[in-house]
Design a protein around this ligand. Structure first.
Ligand SMILES: Cc1cc2nc3c(=O)[nH]c(=O)nc-3n(C[C@H](O)[C@H](O)[C@H](O)COP(=O)(O)OP(=O)(O)OC[C@H]3O[C@@H](n4cnc5c(N)ncnc54)[C@H](O)[C@@H]3O)c2cc1C
Length: 376
């Protein structure tokens, strides 16, 4: 029987999984590397069947209320001069007349945390440093030195998952770099941008800028080809310098944004990659969300996959609670075709528009009413 579960990572996948497992009566502990709830990040999209998942969590109205309300976008040249504008779509959300919801990642995570019962424990500033299986349990050593045993450990710790690195032997083959660094930072909205998006694209460099909901901040994401430069993992100052160097040719307000970046504290910096893992579980450790199957922001589907995958995994665990191998098989069998469809779309097109066949419930083979009947 799976009674107590440790989840590594309090992102969308980890929090959604915590919600469903707790609801099914399991004892759930979440450890999150960040020292406290992490603000920042760009808007992410909740689409198609993931909207049904949000509805079934009772969060649709709140998610809808916090949606970004961008009215359109301008494409700028390297000097910040407008080349064209549209009120039909934005770069980040696609068509504005669709049912998709675009919401800031931190707002969605906050809503997911609010939906958790008091039974779920979240420990910030904590992470797994070692795992070993002992009989019917996994013995976990935390970075703090403490040890505890769980029936199951779920690694929902993002694209460069530590759980995956620690436990699986396929690490070298699963990461497919897309050759782009994505940097996201926040600055005060000193340019008075209101409900509008600014984008620029040139060979090897591009940015997307828009204000947060109360228009006081700008969320700025810059994508660039790193070339031969080292990734500077964990070295925030080196990362800031790399962004400044890559953006040195941008005019308009951009030099002011770079100045604000130097003084700012929020920076997300990662090399975009897809994760194509041959298996998502080994024994009593399972992967979820980006850790298992990141499709990359090029897909626009990472958050939707995380939400759907959490429900599929929870359902598989509840349905096969005393047969873990069957649960793991069910999880992969149901989820893999949906994941592959999304990942292949990126390989094929690298575009953010999602074709209908990826979104429609009838064709993607995932009907959450069936899943909910077992979990909720
Ligand atoms: C700060 C941040 C900003 C992002 N911004 C964007 C964006 O603008 N656009 C976009 O498309 N995608 C963004 N993403 C990725 C996007 O959130 C995911 O693709 C998607 O939501 C799937 O979520 P996930 O929970 O699987 O992974 P993630 O959202 O990456 O969440 C993983 C969580 O695990 C935590 N973690 C990492 N390592 C450890 C560890 N060793 N131990 C414990 N916890 C750990 C991370 O801090 C994070 O909270 C962002 C991710 C992060 C962490």
């Amino acid at each position: 029987m799976i009674r107590n579960v440790l989840i590594s990572g309090a992102g969308v996948a980890g929090l959604a999984l915590a919600y469903w497992l707790d609801k099914a009566g399991m004892s759930v502990t979440v450890v999150e590397l960040a020292p406290e709830f992490r603000r920042g990040g760009q808007a992410i999209d909740v689409r198609g069947v993931a909207l049904d998942v949000i509805r079934s969590m009772g969060l649709y109205d709140q998610v809808y209320a916090l949606r970004t309300r961008l009215k359109g976008m301008s494409t700028l040249d390297a000097n910040g001069v407008e080349l064209e504008r549209t009120e039909e779509r934005t770069h980040s959300a696609g068509r504005l007349d669709s049912d998709d919801i675009e919401i800031f990642r931190d707002d969605l995570c906050e809503l997911l945390i609010g939906a958790l019962s008091e039974r779920v424990e979240i420990h910030y500033g904590q992470s797994i440093s070692a795992l070993r299986e002992e009989g019917d349990e996994v013995r976990v050593t935390f970075a703090s030195g403490e040890e505890q045993s769980f029936d199951l450990v779920a690694g929902a710790d993002g694209v460069y998952s530590r759980t995956r690195k620690l436990w699986f032997d396929h690490e070298a083959e699963v990461i497919r770099s897309l050759g782009v660094v994505l940097a996201i930072f926040t600055t005060p909205n000193f340019i008075g941008l209101k409900d509008w998006q600014l984008i620029h694209r040139e060979e090897g460099l591009g940015y997307v800028i828009y204000p947060n909901l109360d228009q006081t901040e700008l969320r700025i994401s810059v994508g660039f080809a790193p070339g031969d430069a080292p990734m500077a993992r964990g070295d925030v100052q080196a990362q800031k310098e790399m962004i400044a160097a890559r953006c040195a040719g941008l005019g308009g307000h951009f030099p002011e944004f770079i100045k604000a970046l130097q003084n700012g504290s929020q920076l997300y910096y990662n090399e975009l990659a897809q994760i194509r893992a041959p298996t998502w579980s080994r024994g009593r450790v399972v992967l979820a969300g980006d850790a298992a199957h990141c499709a990359s922001p090029f897909s626009g589907q990472g958050t939707s996959l995380a939400l759907v995958g959490a429900l599929v995994l929870a359902r598989a665990l509840v349905h096969n609670s005393d047969q873990l191998p069957d649960a793991m098989a069910e999880y992969e069998q149901r989820m893999r075709p949906f994941v592959l469809m999304n990942q292949d779309m990126v390989d094929m097109t690298r575009r953010t528009h999602i074709p209908d066949e990826v979104l429609t419930r009838s064709k993607n083979g995932i009907d959450i009413r069936d899943l909910l009947a077992e979990v909720a």
